[in-house]
Design a binder for this molecule. Structure first.
Ligand code: KIV
Length: 274
């Protein structure tokens, strides 16, 4: 008996075909209920390694493991039916070389059924991207500010100096030539991100880059105002203040508990008749 697919998700080729067209809406999710809320509005859900910071309270993205990323991706897949789900390969799961990257990506695809993986780096990881795409693994590349390299390079906007541009443009061309179907441009000077968007034939997805990218991505909790520090990067527009909403709700609950102020529980158990 052949399996009948129940779910029609956006495909990699549909996302790639949006180059220069209708902007691609992307957000992160790590859990089923958030994925469910996003699903009808976004084209691509990234199970970002930002989960290390946002969900697990780490200071960087580095500590999260592939096992945890797969568990988050499984939840996101259960919560969504429409968006393309992409798993971020975490630090340490692909840098040794193409074979290690393929083993990690294959686990993500077999165990979580994600549609694609993302990895950080430009020319350095182009051979890995070519190896993956040549073996049926769709890849989103990620250049500019690389959170997994924070210990070496810090969180610094890239391309502010004109003499940095050539290397970053080469990174963009290298990942596109290697077969990535889209590339995240993070923390990049606006004119450089706009220039790369014009130069390469795959969609660019900006975060702190340029409104002229082919799509945009944000960490969902940042736009919702649901952060432990209460701070968000300067390029984030906050659309809600969930820290405030949740804080007020929990304070109201605590006050009710202390005042023994609860609606009476109805006695629904009928007395057993003999
Ligand atoms: O991990 C992440 O959430 C990301 C995006 C912010 C691009 O890589």
């Amino acid at each position: 008996m052949s399996a009948v697919p129940q779910i029609q998700r956006l495909t990699v080729s549909k996302i790639r075909a949006r180059k220069g067209g209708d902007p691609i809406v992307c957000l992160t999710a790590y859990t089923a209920p958030i994925a469910h809320l996003l699903d009808s509005f976004v084209d691509l859900i990234l199970v970002g390694d930002s989960a290390a910071m946002v969900v697990h309270g780490h200071e960087t993205t580095l500590p999260i493991t592939l096992d945890l990323m797969i568990a988050h991706a499984q939840a996101v897949m259960r919560g969504s039916t429409r968006a393309l789900v992409v798993l971020d390969l975490p630090f340490g799961s692909y840098e040794q070389g193409p074979e290690q990257a393929f083993a990690s990506a294959a686990r993500a695809m077999k165990e979580a059924h994600v549609g694609a993986v993302k990895l950080e780096g430009g020319q350095r990881v182009a051979p890995t991207i070519a190896f993956l795409t040549g073996r049926g693994v769709p890849v989103v590349a990620h250049i500019g500010l690389l959170p997994q390299s924070v210990q070496a390079a810090g969180y610094r906007t890239t391309g502010r100096r004109r003499d940095e541009w050539a290397a970053i443009i080469e990174d963009a061309k290298a990942v596109a030539d290697a077969g990535a179907f889209a590339v995240v441009l993070e923390g990049m000077a606006e004119p450089l991100a706009a220039e790369i968007t014009k130069l390469i034939r795959i969609p660019t997805i900006g975060i702190g880059a340029s409104a002229n990218c082919d799509g945009q991505i944000l960490v969902t909790e940042d736009l919702l105002g649901l952060t432990m520090s209460g701070r968000v990067p300067s390029f984030v527009r906050r659309y809600a203040d969930l820290n405030k909403v949740i804080g007020e709700a929990v304070a109201a609950y605590a006050a009710d508990v202390k005042a023994r102020r609860f609606p009476a529980v109805e006695h629904t158990y009928a007395l057993k008749q003999n």
